[in-house]
Each structure stands twice: as structure tokens, then as C-alpha cells.
Design a protein around this ligand. Structure first.
Ligand SMILES: *[C@@H]1O[C@H](CO)[C@@H](O)[C@H](O)[C@H]1NC(C)=O
Ligand SMILES: *[C@@H]1O[C@H](CO)[C@@H](O)[C@H](O)[C@H]1NC(C)=O
Ligand SMILES: *[C@@H]1O[C@H](CO)[C@@H](O)[C@H](O)[C@H]1NC(C)=O
Ligand SMILES: *[C@@H]1O[C@H](CO)[C@@H](O)[C@H](O)[C@H]1NC(C)=O
Ligand SMILES: *[C@@H]1O[C@H](CO)[C@@H](O)[C@H](O)[C@H]1NC(C)=O
Ligand SMILES: *[C@@H]1O[C@H](CO)[C@@H](O)[C@H](O)[C@H]1NC(C)=O
Length: 395
């Protein structure tokens, strides 16, 4: 069976050479070769934020980054959009974990939310219930127990909180930022918000237990993201300045500080509404940050059952999203338990990002396989090696 499946999947792999294959259902979606030499720019100041002349300026001097998983090695905040109910969330770090290795260090849990137990350890729930600004949108506030209203202090969500379409909350650590300032730990952020650090680490893991029920109360035409739930990560600087701004100078997003969509429904059409995609938004291998690079595969959205899964950023530049009911949220997880969780999953779709130097861009290689060390993934390795040699020669 296994052999037969491998064989069929290698045939599937050959098809994209002729014609891009349509996305296939998977249990693992994997980016390889993540991290590049690049720059982005932070917000330096806001002007007249409550007038129509509201504007923002970026700091002149760009931030340079490089290395494994960059810029997603920076502190990230975690974002949720309905229809969704979150029952567990956990964040882990490890001193050494590689998807390809059998010999890995353990994972330590540094943040944990358990709705049923009413536990929120190193978790701060925020939402955009504050004052509206024409260029910044609504300000971040503490979320009340419904995830949506403003609270005066950190508050744990009600266990049965369900977001409707378009509604959002976010999770930050409980480590407060210093005052807003170009040279301070969290940079410049919007006045008056509860400002917290995101979750650090080049090698890190986020796990989730959640439901994404079909939208049943909100009218289709009343909101933009109707029945399109999502869980995603942002460079934590973005929401502290402005998450949704049409003005590119009001956050570091446009200049490429990083977004990673873990599980995202991208369209409410009947063929797409139950497919969860994984996408990177930065400038590695693309000039089009709006579209980003999406892996050519998806997870099934189970609209009636509980889903468990997450994302692993390993120390070889692989970022893996997965869906598995065997996901456990223990305070410590052995390296081997996570390795075997991943290797027991059946179908994976892998995209190797092109190796790029500063301000260059290129294409990506895609492969599908059902084995961790298939020749397909080796080919993408060689493809990106050739691309790095070309990049090297061009500069
Ligand atoms: C942050 O969370 C940790 C873990 O739950 C806890 O020990 C610590 O007291 C919290 N710190 C603050 C400032 O709330
Ligand atoms: C915030 O203000 C902008 C423009 O001033 C407006 O377009 C937008 O609808 C407002 N948003 C909310 C949530 O009130
Ligand atoms: C909470 O998370 C932050 C951000 O990653 C981390 O720096 C801090 O050590 C964590 N706190 C605890 C108590 O683990
Ligand atoms: C952003 O700032 C640049 C200067 O760095 C300026 O030229 C541009 O007009 C600004 N964009 C907006 C939308 O304000
Ligand atoms: C959803 O797909 C339809 C039909 O392909 C398209 O017209 C529409 O713009 C898409 N919506 C979004 C949010 O991408
Ligand atoms: C995972 O378990 C939940 C119950 O805990 C169930 O509703 C769901 O169908 C299961 N999913 C899979 C893929 O087996």
C-alpha cells in the first residue's frame, strides 16, 4: 500500500513540470530553506492620528535580518478570525530541533491557554476595540471574556467563546513592553495600547485545539471575510502600530517584516470554504507580498469536529504546519514524540523557498511526497542550490 502510494505520488510530482497541479489534501505542509538576507523598516512616528490628515513615517534606517527562518525568527503575535472557537493554545521553544533529524532536543512550553481549565499562562488576550483612527484603524485593547469587547485589564476568555465571521482577537505574551521609542525593546507603538512582547525564537512551535464551525448567524454580504476563519502569526510590531492600514508607512508589514498564515480559509466558494491553506508573506522568492507564497496543498476544515495541530519552526529553516488529533499540550514534549507525530502523518506537500540575497527575488520549487526523504525533496534542494549559485553569480 505504502509503496504503491509513494509510486503514485511520484507521478503526481512529475505533473507540475508540465502544468501546475491543483492543491491536494495533506496532513503536513512544509516550507524548506526559510530565511534570507533582507531588510524591512519600522514605524518611526505617527502624526495627527485622530484627524483626516493622519499619517505615519518609517524610520530612515532599515533593519537588516538574516539567518534561519528570518524574518519569522523575530517575535510573533498570534491571531484568530472567526468562525472559530479556541480551546487550547501552547507555545514552545527547543534548543535544537530539526524535522529531518531523529535525534532532537525536547520542547519546553513557555505559554499555555486552556479554556476548560480557565488557565492563561504567559498569554494576554487583546482585540481591536479601541478608538478608531483614519490611518491606523481601531486601537488594540485588552479583550474582555467575549474576545471582542474592551476590558480594563488582562482577562481570560469564556470557555464557550465563539468568534463569528470577521471577528478577531490576538494573543501576546504577558511580558510588557518598555515605553514606545525607536531604540526601546518594542520600538515605536501606538499611544495608549496595552503593549506586550510577542513570542520569541528562531526555533519555536505553536499548538492549537480549536473548532471552525460553518457560519450560521452573520449574513454573507455584511462582512468581507464571510465564513473564512484563520489562525496566523504576525511580526509583533505590526499589530502594535496598525494591523490593517492602507498606508504602507503605518506598519512594517509592507516592507517585509513578516506574516505566516498557519490555517486560513481563503474563499467562501463551496469548493474552497473547507480548505485551510498555509502562506508566507515576506520577500523571499517573491515580489508580491500581498499574495505571498502559498503551499500547493491544504488541510480539510472539519466544521463539526475539534481540530488539533500547529506549526513548527525548526533550526534548519523548515516551517511545518500539521493537523493531527495526536497533538498533545504537555508542559514538556520530547523531541522524539514530536518527530514521530510528524513522521506518522501521511501526506505532505513541500515548497522550498528560493535562496535570495538582499532585494532580489526568485521562484520556488514545489514537490509532493508521502515520505520525509523522498527524491522529490532532494530535487528541490538541488534546485535551490542552483538558484543560490545563480544569485551569487548575479551579485
Ligand atoms: C506571566 O506568566 C507566567 C506564567 O504563567 C507567570 O508566572 C507570571 O507571573 C506572569 N507575569 C505577569 C507579569 O503576569
Ligand atoms: C475607522 O475610520 C475609517 C476612516 O475614518 C472608516 O473607513 C472605518 O470604517 C472606521 N472603522 C470603524 C470600525 O469604525
Ligand atoms: C513568556 O513568553 C515570552 C515571549 O516569548 C518569554 O520571553 C518569556 O520567557 C515567557 N515567560 C515565561 C514565564 O515562560
Ligand atoms: C511613506 O513615506 C515616504 C517617505 O519615506 C513618502 O514618500 C510616501 O509618500 C509615504 N506614503 C504614504 C502613503 O504616506
Ligand atoms: C473567491 O472566488 C471567486 C470566484 O473565483 C472570486 O470572484 C472572488 O474574488 C474570490 N474571493 C476572495 C475573497 O478571494
Ligand atoms: C479528532 O478528534 C475530534 C474529537 O476530539 C473529532 O471530532 C474529530 O473528528 C477527529 N478528527 C479526525 C481527523 O480524526
Amino acid at each position: 500500500m505504502r509503496y504503491c502510494k509513494n509510486f503514485l505520488q511520484s507521478l503526481v510530482y512529475l505533473i507540475p513540470i508540465v502544468k501546475a497541479a491543483s492543491p491536494s489534501e495533506a496532513q503536513i505542509l512544509q516550507f524548506d530553506n526559510v530565511g534570507y538576507l533582507g531588510t524591512y523598516r519600522h514605524v518611526g512616528s505617527f502624526e495627527d492620528i485622530y484627524s483626516d490628515e493622519c499619517s505615519c513615517s518609517l524610520v530612515e534606517e532599515p533593519v537588516s535580518f538574516s539567518g534561519v527562518n528570518s524574518p519569522l525568527d523575530q517575535e510573533l503575535s498570534v491571531h484568530f478570525r472567526g468562525p472559530l472557537s479556541l480551546s487550547k493554545f501552547a507555545y514552545y521553544v527547543s534548543s535544537d530541533f530539526s524535522i529531518e533529524s531523529e535525534d532532537n532536543e525536547d520542547w519546553s512550553r513557555l505559554a499555555y491557554y486552556d479554556a476548560e481549565e480557565g488557565l492563561a499562562e504567559n498569554v494576554t488576550f487583546l482585540t481591536t476595540a479601541g478608538r478608531n483612527s483614519s490611518c491606523l484603524g481601531r486601537a488594540l485593547t485588552y479583550a474582555d471574556s467575549d474576545g471582542l469587547s474592551e476590558a480594563d485589564s488582562p482577562t481570560i476568555l469564556d470557555a464557550d467563546t465563539v468568534l463569528d465571521s470577521e471577528q478577531e482577537f490576538s494573543i501576546f505574551s504577558n511580558v510588557s513592553c518598555e515605553d514606545s521609542g525607536v531604540n526601546n525593546d518594542c520600538g515605536v507603538y501606538r499611544d495608549g495600547i496595552p503593549a506586550y512582547h510577542g513570542y520569541y525564537g528562531a526555533t519555536k512551535m505553536f499548538l492549537f485545539e480549536f473548532t471552525m464551525p460553518q457560519e450560521s448567524t452573520v449574513e454573507r454580504d455584511s462582512v468581507y471575510n464571510w465564513d473564512m476563519p484563520a489562525i496566523w502569526l504576525l511580526n509583533a510590531h505590526i499589530p502594535r502600530t496598525s494591523q490593517y492600514s492602507l498606508n504602507a508607512n503605518c506598519s512594517c508589514w509592507r516592507s517585509g517584516c513578516g506574516e505566516f498564515d498557519i490555517f486560513e480559509v481563503k474563499n467562501y466558494t463551496s469548493s474552497e470554504v473547507n480548505k485551510l491553506y498555509t502562506t508566507i508573506h515576506d520577500y523571499q522568492g517573491t515580489d508580491d507580498i500581498e499574495t505571498g507564497l502559498q503551499i500547493n496543498g491544504y488541510f480539510d476544515r472539519d466544521t463539526s469536529g475539534i481540530m488539533r495541530g500547529g506549526v513548527i519552526f525548526d533550526n534548519d529553516g523548515s516551517i511545518v504546519t500539521f493537523m493531527s488529533n495526536s497533538t498533545s499540550f504537555d508542559s514538556s514534549l520530547t523531541g522524539s514524540s514530536i518527530s514521530s507525530l510528524i513522521s506518522n502523518l501521511d501526506t505532505d506537500v513541500t515548497t522550498a523557498l528560493a535562496s535570495v540575497g538582499e532585494s532580489s527575488s526568485g521562484s520556488t520549487d514545489s514537490s509532493e511526497s508521502s515520505s520525509r526523504d523522498s527524491s522529490a525533496s532532494k530535487m528541490t534542494g538541488i534546485g535551490s542550490l542552483i538558484f543560490s549559485v545563480l544569485t551569487f553569480l548575479l551579485f
